[in-house]
Design a protein around this ligand. Structure first.
Ligand SMILES: Cc1cc2nc3c(=O)[nH]c(=O)nc-3n(C[C@H](O)[C@H](O)[C@H](O)COP(=O)(O)OP(=O)(O)OC[C@H]3O[C@@H](n4cnc5c(N)ncnc54)[C@H](O)[C@@H]3O)c2cc1C
Length: 475
């Protein structure tokens, strides 16, 4: 790898393909390229701050304790054989110089050069400047967030069961989710299901003490499923006493005090933000063409192209960060979904391999096959190839489909084992809150004892911590 001072303009004997991002698109593109191209035909480098690919559709099950979180991620180093993996954040791309700047977790940033670039930087949560949101809420896109949410929710049950203060109890047992799309609905449904299942071990908490609230700005939930099936999901959630407030916007949530556009006010200890995604903002630090929403503009061949259709030589893109024309729905762009991401990644790998062998690239076209969503253990909703499924069959289809899609045999087996074990021993319901601050106990033990009556630094830190923030879950 060349450092910034050593960037060499000399043509390489073997072309170097640098893939930015090792999520769905990055991971599957690297696999495909390695399958298509021998090591003497191309060197492949994947850059990602995480050393694993996350299978995001399984995050709700990981948050609900039905799956071990480690099993929903796939190690880059283990699975991407013959691919160089760099753990670091891409901070700048100068495509004109075929150069990427990488900021590693430690040490100075450096540059690497390439012949072909694959931009697979995905998306980030689309947030709004709502008072209190940045301090109080947590997103739901990463495995770390799923683990933190699960520990946090179970911890709130523990704390609520051990306090006599009715106001604190009410606040601790109120959970607010904002955004009724896929991620939000699956997350609230799975987490509510887990919390209710956990109540069998909490004599002091009655089912009606739990309050789950969904705030959604549009007039329906799960728009991907159409009106009928979205309506069914809404009805199911309401039957479970999950409050779904449609046409409602979050106005403020300072210190966990939620205020909405419709005048609803409540205090809660948990706010989960799942109100959509936007293209990775680091794309603004590149000289690649972007559309007005910040996505890299592309042709159906997955080659980066300016708005007028001029191909940017040596640059390719796909997935959530790319504006790829949807040939199955002329006039629109492919939606940010795993369904497109996986297929585009394979297509991109094939096209890039063809290009290196001087063959012309082909267009990507995929007709959305449908949608499956879990609404908790044994509950679901699905619409696949026009067939509508409800309840257990839909949930079974959700599990079967995602298990089949999960990369690597190793992970498929572990997932099936997790589900099988949960059938016999029920899901795991221990809150490991201390995971998020594993040094707390040692810090307390190491602090110099102070005279009686004065505050210990660690205890004071805890007292100063925001009451409801998910950023610092208590153990
Ligand atoms: C909870 C949840 C459930 C979902 N369920 C479904 C579903 O059921 N069906 C479906 O079709 N879709 C689903 N999706 C959407 C789907 O997961 C995404 O569309 C898909 O992951 C997009 O793939 P991607 O490669 O573009 O982005 P990602 O998979 O997000 O990958 C982006 C990668 O870029 C890396 N990265 C970020 N910044 C940098 C940087 N500066 N430098 C280097 N690397 C960087 C990230 O670490 C990540 O690895 C779900 C999403 C979520 C959050």
């Amino acid at each position: 790898m060349s450092q910034s001072s050593q960037v060499s303009p000399r043509p390489r004997k073997i072309p170097r393909i640098v893939i930015l991002g090792g999520g769905y698109v990055g991971f599957y593109t690297a696999l495909r390229l390695r399958k298509r191209l021998g090591r003497r035909e191309a060197a492949i480098v994947v850059v990602d701050p995480r050393s694993y690919m996350t299978y995001q559709p399984f995050l709700p099950e990981a948050a609900a304790g039905s799956l071990e979180p480690r099993h929903v991620v796939v190690s880059h180093r283990r699975e991407l054989k013959g691919v160089d993996v760099l753990t670091g954040r891409v901070s700048e791309v100068r495509h004109a110089d075929r150069t990427v700047r990488i900021t590693p977790v430690e040490g100075e940033s450096y540059e690497i050069t390439y012949d072909h670039l694959v931009v697979a930087l995905g998306s980030v949560a689309r947030t709004l400047p709502i008072p209190g949101l940045a301090e109080q809420a947590i997103g739901f896109k990463q495995v770390e967030e799923a683990i933190a949410l699960r520990n946090h929710v179970l911890n709130k049950l523990d704390v609520a069961a051990s306090t006599w203060d009715p106001v604190a109890r009410r606040r601790l047992l109120t959970f607010t989710f904002v955004g009724g799309g896929f991620a939000g609905i699956e997350a609230i449904a799975e987490v509510e299901d887990m919390a209710r299942a956990a109540l069998r071990y909490y004599d002091g908490i009655a089912p009606e003490d739990l309050r789950f609230v969904m705030i959604e700005g549009s007039t329906r939930i799960l728009p991907e499923l159409g009106e009928e099936m979205g309506g069914y999901a809404l009805e199911q959630l309401r039957k479970r006493d999950i409050e779904v407030h449609l046409s409602t916007f979050l106005s403020s949530c300072v210190d966990g005090h939620v205020v909405t556009s419709t005048g609803l006010e409540l205090d809660c200890a948990t706010i989960v933000w799942t109100a959509g995604v936007k293209a990775n903002p680091v794309l603004a630090q590149t000289d690649l063409p972007l559309d007005r929403t910040g996505r890299v503009t592309a042709l159906p061949t997955l080659q980066v192209a300016s708005q007028d259709g001029t191909v940017v030589d040596g640059a390719w893109t796909a997935g959530d960060c790319a504006a790829v024309p949807d040939l199955a729905n002329p006039g629109s762009f492919c939606s940010p979904s795993a369904q497109h991401a996986v297929r585009q990644a394979r297509h991109l790998g094939d096209n890039l391999a063809r290009h290196l062998r001087s063959a012309p690239p082909t267009d990507y076209e995929h007709k959305h096959v449908g949608t499956v969503a879990s609404l908790g253990l044994g509950k679901g909703v699905a619409q696949v190839y026009g067939i509508k499924l409800r309840g257990w069959p839909a949930w079974f289809m959700h599990r079967t489909y995602h298990m089949a899609q999960m990369p690597t045999f190793n992970r498929k087996v572990r997932i099936v084992l997790d589900w099988t074990l949960a059938l016999f021993f029920r899901r795991e319901l221990v809150a490991l809150g201390r995971l998020h601050d594993p040094r707390a106990e040692f810090r307390d033990a190491s602090s110099t004892p102070r005279p009686k009556g004065t505050t210990q630094p660690a205890a004071k830190e805890q007292a100063d911590a925001p009451r409801t923030s998910l950023a610092t879950p208590a153990g």
